[in-house]
Design a protein around this ligand. Sequence first.
Ligand code: GLC
Ligand code: GLC
Length: 662
Amino acid sequence: MTISNNVPGIEDLKLEAELSLQRIWPRVCSIWEQAGHEPADRHAFEERFSNSWPRIFGLAYRLYGTRYDFFYHLEEVARVAAQAWADRPAHLLKTDQSRIYDDSWFQSEQMIGGALYVDLFSENLGKLRQSIDYFKKLGVTYLHLMPLFAVRPGNNDGGYAISNYRSVDPRLGTIEDLQLLASELHESGIALALDFVFNHTADDHEWAKQAQAGVREFQQYYYLFEDRTLPDQYEQTLREIFPTESRGNFTWHDGMQRWVWTTFNSFQWDLNYHNPAVFCSMLEEMLFLANMGVDILRLDAVAFIWKQMGTNCENRPEAHILIQAYNAIVHLVCPGMVFKSEAIVAPDDVLTYVSPQECQLSYNPTLMALLWESLATREVKLLNRSLSHRHKIPSGTAWVNYLRCHDDIGWTFDDGDAAAVGINGYDHRQFLNKFYTGQYPDSFARGVPFQYNADTGDMRISGTMASLAGLEQAFSRNDDTLKELAVNRILLLHGITLSIGGIPLLYIGEEWGLLNDYDFVQDPAKSSDSRWIHRPKMKWDYLQDLQLPENSNGQGGMVHTNLYNSIRRLIHLRKEAPAFAGQQMELISSGNPHVLGFVRHSAEGRVIVFGNFSEQEQPVSGNVVRTAGLGRFFEELISETTVGTSEEVILGPYQVMWLRRV
Ligand code: GLC
Ligand code: GLC
C-alpha cells in the first residue's frame, strides 16, 4: 500500500481489506460450508461477510495495524466469526433474520426488563424455569440474569470474577440448563440478557493460571509489572473504584513476583487489549454466549477496557473502536443480539457509547441518580436541566431506565448542569450522601455508605429501593402515614421510568418493596461489600399474601402486596399506551418547581406525564395542561379519573399522572 506519513488513506485500507478478504475467503468458506445451514441463510451470511469486512478490517487496523502479527490475528477474527456462525442454532438464525432491519423489538412499549440473581431469586436455573409465569404475570419481556458462570472460590464480586465463560456455576446448573431456559423464555416472548464481563477475568481463569505458571504468552494477556515504576506512573492519573476493598489499582502477586493491574478487586485481573490475542480470545467467548441464545449482551465495566499512560484510563477512544469492532462482528455473525453499555460514568461520557454501531442500549445512570436527587430535594430543576439536553440519543438506540440495580448509587450528574441551576456539585453530593444514609435531619432514607474514600471524602450509596424511599423508616416507626408516603415515592419513580422513553428495567424483588438485608455481614465473603445489603433473597411468602382478603393485616404484608399490585398495574398500563414506545420526549415547564412534566407522542397517541416530587399537594395551571395536551379534558390513566383544565390541576403528594385526551 502507498503510505504517506505512515498513515494509510481510506482508499488504501479499502484495497487492503479487499485483498485480505480474497486471501482468507477460501479458508473461512470451508468452515461454514460444512455447517449444514440452509443455502438461503448461507448466501445472506456470505453477503453480510463481504459487506461488513471493510469495516471490521478498518477498526481492527486502527487498534492493531502496527503489530507485526496483525494479519495473523485478522485471519483469526475471520475464522472465529465463521465458526461461530457455523455453530449458530437454526432457530437463532431465524431471529437474526427478523431483527436485521427492525429495531422496533426493543423500542416497543411492550418492552419491560427485569434483572435478578438466579440463586437469590430461585436457587437454580431449573427452578427459575418454573418461574417464567411469574415474569409473564408481571409483564417482563426481557430478563437479565446476573453473572451465572463458574467463579473463583470465596469472594467472587457477585459473579463478576469469572473463571470460565463457558461453564455455569455448578450451584446454579449447567450450560444445558441455560440453553433450555433461553428457549423457554423465547417461547414465552421473553428476551434473555447476560453479562459479558470482558474487562477482567478471575485470578483462577485458565489464562491467569497459565500466567502464574510463567507461560509468557498468557502473561501478555494481563498487565504485569516487575516493580512499581510503571504502576506508580499510572496511579498518578487513575481513580480508585473500590478503595475500601483494595487501595490503588495494582496488586502484588507473590508467586509471579509481579504487580497485576486490578481496577476492581485484587482477584479481578484486567485483560490487556493492547494484545490482539486477547481481542480474539474474548471474541470467541462472546460469540459462544451469543449462541446460547442471548438477545441483549450487557457489556460490563465498559469504560475501563483500554489503558493509556497519562490518562484516567476510562472512556478512551480505543475503547470505543474496540466495542465498534465487536459490534460489527456481531452484526455479521448474530445480528439478533444487541449490546447494552454499562458505563456508570459522567453523563457526557455515558452518551459516547450509545449508537447503533456501538451499544444500541445503555443504562441511564444520570436519570437514575437525578430521580433520587429530586426525591431528596423535592425539586426537579436539576432533573429538568439534565433531561433538556441529555435524553435525546441517536435513532436505533434506547435508554434502559432503572431505579435500583445490584450496584450502588453514585451521584454522577454533571457539575455544569448543576451550576446552571444554581447548585454547587460538590456540596450537593455531600448533602445527598448525608440524606441517603439517614444522617440529614428529617431524612426518610435508610441507605448505607459504599466505598467511602477518606482521602477524597467521596462515597456512594447502598440500599434497597424501599429502604431508600422511606419504607424501612415507616415500618420501624409503625406509622401508616409514612408507609403511604414511601409507597407513593416508589410508585412515582416507576411512573416516570415506565413512561419517559426507553426500556424500563426492574430490579426483581423491588416490586415487593424488599427492605435492606443487614445479614450480609455474617458472611465473610460479603461483609466488606455493602452492596450485599440490597441483594436480598426473594421473599416468596409475599406472593401467598396475594390470596389473603383485602383487609387482613399480617407482617406489613398488605403494604408489600399493594405495592406489587400497583407496580404490576402500571406496567400493564404502559403496555396499553403506544405513545410510550421509542425515545422521543418533550419536556413541559410545569410552572411548579416540584413537578416534572413531559409529553410523549407517537402516531397513535399523545400522553402527558406529570410527577409531583413533594409530599404536599401541588397545582399545575390548567392552561399548561391544555396547551401541552392539546385538549380540554383528559383521562388520567392511573387513577381512572377525568381531569378538566378550566381550573388548576392538583397533584396529590408524590402523585404521578398519565393524561390522555378524551
Ligand atoms: C460492574 C458490575 C459490578 C462489578 C464491576 C466489576 O460494574 O455491575 O457489580 O463489581 O462491574 O465487574
Ligand atoms: C464504578 C464503575 C461501575 C461499577 C461500579 C461498581 O462506579 O464505574 O462500572 O459498576 O463502580 O460499584
